[in-house]
Structure formats: C-alpha cells, structure tokens
Write a protein that binds this ligand. Structure first.
Ligand SMILES: N[C@@H](CCC(=O)N[C@@H](CS)C(=O)NCC(=O)O)C(=O)O
Length: 211
C-alpha cells in the first residue's frame, strides 16, 4: 500500500497516473495548498521541500516526481512502465526522464512561482527567457516524436510518457501550448485517450485540458 500526498493538477499528477496504470493499491492524501498545508510542520516532516508529491513507500516518505516514477516502474515490472535494465531502450528511458525533469521541471517552477525569482510578476525579459527555454525543450521533443514516435521510446509506452504528459498539461495556458506543435498535439491526444488519464481526472476533479 502506497500513500500519495497530492494536490490536483500538480507535480503529483504523474505519480498518481503511474499508480493507476500499475493498479497498485494506494491511499490519496490531499495537501491543501489553500491552507498552505505543504508548509505545515506535519507535512514538512515528510517532505522538507514543502512540495508535492510525496509518496510513502513501506513507511518511507520519498519525493521528486521523476524519481518516484522510476521507483514505481522498478517495483512493478509487470506494468511495463520501464524497459528491461541494460537494454538500449532503458538508456533512452533514463535520458528522457532526466531531460524532462531537468529541462522543463525547474523552468516551469520559475514560470509559475515568480516570487522565487524575486518579484510578484516576472519582468518581460525574464518571462521571455523562460518562455524560450520551455518552448525550446518542447521543440526538441516534437522533432523527436515526429521522427521516432508515437511514444518517447517509439512503439512502447513507458513512465517517461507520464512525466511528459504532466508537463504538457502545464503548457495549456502558456503563450504556446504544446498542442501548437503537430507531433506533440498527436502525442497529447494519444496520452489523453488512456483510461488512467480519464480516471485521474475524475478523482482529482479536473476539467481543463481533458482531451
Ligand atoms: N521537482 C519537484 C517539483 C515539485 C513542485 O514544484 N511541486 C509544486 C506543485 S507543481 C508544489 O508543491 N508547490 C507548492 C509550493 O511550493 O508551495 C517534483 O517534480 O516533484
């Protein structure tokens, strides 16, 4: 049994999707951002970053969405969220997870949390720089999918696609949402047709960008 500390539509989404894909028994604990619960003493004991997700695995709290996806994929090989260890596909799997987590994760964080860069709203020059970084990363993924899709690993769906799906959703109200790139548009549609996506939407009570 896992316990996922989550907030709807946030970085916990990819982990929630992985749990649903696996069919692993889990309990959801809402971290109420409206009450600033992520910074409460009780939650900080689980996750000193004061962020979601936190996944409690056999009593041990772990954080970072990309790491949690890799952990879950390894613990549930039957779900085929990761290629076999030491295969060429496994190397590509690490590459894409690391690329998404390092090239998009922190930049999205800066985009959505301007106060962490010192202002309530980004000055235009900062906003533009962040926009270019995010769009540059998506252009790279779009070109890769156009040549080698439909999934990041080609024919095989994996946990890397769940991470990409979460980040794709976050672009929906940005100057250039991912659906403006042709291969990304098809990829987003493919991913949004999965039963786990529809179930996660129901459970988290989401509506925007359903399909
Ligand atoms: N690198 C982390 C980022 C986690 C993160 O930034 N979570 C946000 C929601 S998307 C959060 O908890 N925000 C609340 C806060 O920082 O107060 C991950 O991927 O797990």
């Amino acid at each position: 049994m896992y316990t996922l500390y989550y907030s709807p539509g946030t970085a916990s989404m990819a982990v929630h999707l992985a749990l649903l894909e696996i069919g692993a028994p889990h309990r959801l604990e809402l971290v109420d951002f409206a009450q600033d619960a992520q910074h409460g003493a009780e939650y900080l004991r689980l996750n000193p970053r004061g962020q979601v997700p936190t996944l409690v695995i056999d009593g041990q709290p772990c954080f970072e969405s990309a790491a949690l996806l890799m952990i879950l994929a390894d613990r549930h090989p039957e779900a085929k969220l990761a290629p076999s260890v030491a295969s060429a596909q496994r190397a590509a799997w690490y590459q894409w997870i690391a690329f998404l987590a390092s090239s998009l994760g922190p930049v999205y964080r800066q985009w959505f949390y301007p106060q962490e860069l010192g202002s309530q709203e980004h000055p235009p020059i900062v906003r533009e720089a962040l926009r270019q970084k995010i769009e540059g990363a998506w252009s790279l993924v779009d070109a890769h999918l156009a040549a080698h899709g439909p999934y990041l690993l080609g024919a095989d769906f994996s946990a890397a696609d769940l991470l990409a799906l979460m980040y794709m959703r976050w672009s929906r109200n940005m100057p250039r949402p991912v659906t403006a790139w042709p291969a990304l548009r098809n990829y987003a549609d493919l991913m949004r047709s999965r039963p786990s996506w529809k179930r996660m939407y129901e459970i988290e009570g989401l509506a925007e960008w359903a399909a």
